[in-house]
Design a protein around this ligand. Structure first.
Ligand SMILES: [Mg+2]
Length: 113
C-alpha cells in the first residue's frame, strides 16, 4: 500500500467530532500514540535493558509495528485536516533532510537550519 492508498483507506475509518474541521483531536492522539510506542520501548529498556531493535522478540516487534501504524493513522488524519496528501508530507520531509545533508547541517539544531 502506498501513501495515497493508505490515506484513502485510513480516511474511510475516521470517526471523531467535527471530522474535517478538527486539528485538535488528531494532534492530541498523534502525541498519545507516539507515547504508546515510546512507553513500550521504555518498559523493555527498564525491565530488560533492551536498547536495540535486534534484542526484541517477534511479539514485541509486532506490538511496536501496531503502534507505529496508529501513529501513521493520526499523521494521515492530520494531513487530511490540512488538505495535504500524505505523500506530500513524506516528500517534503525527504526534501528538507536532503537539503540539510547537502548543506552539511544534518547534525545541527533548530527547525529551519
Ligand atoms: Mg496504539
Amino acid at each position: 500500500v502506498n501513501f495515497q492508498e493508505y490515506q484513502h483507506l485510513a480516511t474511510k475509518t475516521a470517526s471523531y467530532p467535527d471530522l474535517g474541521n478538527n486539528i485538535i483531536y488528531p494532534a492530541l492522539k498523534l502525541a498519545g500514540e507516539s507515547g504508546e510506542a515510546a512507553d513500550k520501548i521504555g518498559k523493555w529498556w527498564r525491565n530488560h535493558g533492551f536498547t536495540s531493535g535486534k534484542q526484541l522478540n517477534e511479539e514485541q516487534i509486532h506490538l511496536l509495528v501496531l503502534e507505529l501504524g496508529d501513529v501513521l493513522w493520526y499523521i494521515a488524519a492530520l494531513a487530511n485536516e490540512l488538505g495535504v496528501p500524505l505523500e506530500a508530507v513524506a516528500a517534503s520531509n525527504i526534501d528538507k533532510l536532503y537539503d540539510r545533508l547537502e548543506r552539511g547541517t544534518i547534525k545541527g539544531e533548530g527547525d529551519t537550519r
